[in-house]
Design a protein around this ligand. Sequence first.
Ligand SMILES: [Ca+2]
Length: 169
Amino acid sequence: MNQIWALLALFALLHSSAVPVSAGSVDIVSDESWTVEGSRYIGKSVGTWVHSAWTSIPGAKWIWKSTLIENPGGEESYMFVKEFDIFGFPTSSLLTVAADNNFAIILNGNFVAATQDGSFGRAKTFDLLSKTIQGRNVVQVIVTNYAQGGGNSYSNPAGLLFKLTVNFN
Ligand SMILES: [Ca+2]
């Protein structure tokens, strides 16, 4: 009989101390942990030189393939890739993003948005809830820097600034 009570007590203890599934929030930001892919290149993102006309997003860094761009006189594109995990069911997913010059965004294989007019002076926001999933997510951002004839790394810089805030249950 004592053994039964001991088992019941143990069960109650285990039950009460079980870790509950808790709601949370996570920020996915541009930083040095992203992968950068080009037509003949793959590497890690780096913090890039920041132009005074560029906007800012708290917690996010302007990133590029290199600190100073290598080809300011020609148009070039790189794809920035980040994998992240959401440990619950997403209840909101809000993206704030800016780029010099243009971006196209794909989340989990789904097209999100693209700009044609540049967006480095003011960030744009997008609701990504319908494309954000529980578990592993992959975001890809293709950024194109326009050519500037006679330009240099300071007159024609390039960068991506990104912050996705996901709330989950
Ligand atoms: Ca530029």
